[in-house]
Write a protein that binds this ligand. Sequence first.
Ligand code: HEC
Ligand code: HEC
Length: 316
Amino acid sequence: MKKIIAIVSVAAAIGAAAIVGLSMQTAGGKTGEVTSGRSLFDYPATTGNIDPVLSEGIEVTPRLLEHGEWVFRGLCIGCHGASGDGNGAVWELGDLYAKDHKLPRKPRDFTEAVYKLRSTPSGSLPTDVDLFKSISRGLIHEQDMPAFKFLPERDRWAVVAYIKTFSDRWEEEAEWQEDPIEITDPPPPDEDSIVAGKEVYALMQCEQCHGPVGKGDGPSAPGLEDDAGLPIVPRDFTDATQFVGSSDPKGIYQTFTTGLDGTPMPSFADFLDETQRWQLVWYVISLRPEFDLEATRTQMMSATKGKQVAEASMEQ
Ligand code: HEC
Ligand code: HEC
């Protein structure tokens, strides 16, 4: 019996390797190159819009679930495992043969249903749209999980429905599922808001983990673990390409407001008012070497102005 399982998982690994070896070039998408030495995968990255067109999703029918299972078996099983626990062959065999996991982070365990990227408060389940977006964007492309935006929208909704079948939490908590937090349009930054954001950063002790200038090297950084007991490093804010979620202003606002469940990154929802949150967002963004305050300001002001002109002309 053991032997059969081993053969099956090797076959699955080969399958996964073949799938992840596909080189796909889409319009506007960049083809992933093996750059980091750890990167195994060659999917197109996604920088564009990942919002679903069908914002209400697709009605979950047995047929859709069956389709979702098919997508899962084709594209996700190698990493997330047949039972959805994250122990797929890519993870397991990496340890066995290479003596090191090829993936820097373990694939999500869908049986626990604890998700990092949520528009919902800390401890809640994500919305279907949250899952749809994570699957579309991928998680730190070329390292953890490829972007699946190239899949037709129906395939992505189907696999969202399917991965939810791995945990009872979805049914048990359906009635008291919390609403997404509201995020307004960000106010344009200025020098004062960035200085104020630096104070909020100190007050909230973000630097304990993220370090004095956001390099991810604070005094508490060594030895941090995620809920599975695996080592985890606080994000380096100076490199936006390494964000697991969205690195734009609204994305950062969401991250520290809802927290990344399953990791030491807490929710600060109860400690910050609206003004402080945007100050903190801009301070975090200002740590990127390429950040240009004037350019960002001008761009945002003219976008707002354009919107106002458009709205005014519609009123007439
Ligand atoms: C190459 C391996 C790999 C493949 C293939 C893969 N994933 Fe993942 N996935 C990961 C890893 C690794 C993580 C955890 C990343 C992290 O914790 O930062 C993850 C996390 C996730 C998450 C959790 C996001 C969150 O908010 O916590 C979802 C949902 C997900 N994957 C869905 C899928 C689906 C659906 C597919 C197939 C269409 C898929 N994955 C294919 C490796 C993979
Ligand atoms: C106890 C340690 C700890 C504290 C305190 C902390 N963080 Fe984090 N933070 C983390 C860890 C660990 C990660 C990486 C999580 C991961 O890789 O999934 C992270 C990730 C992030 C991310 C990146 C999310 C992404 O998409 O990759 C942002 C933004 C962030 N933290 C902001 C903050 C801010 C702002 C504060 C203070 C208000 C703060 N953090 C306080 C541990 C901490």
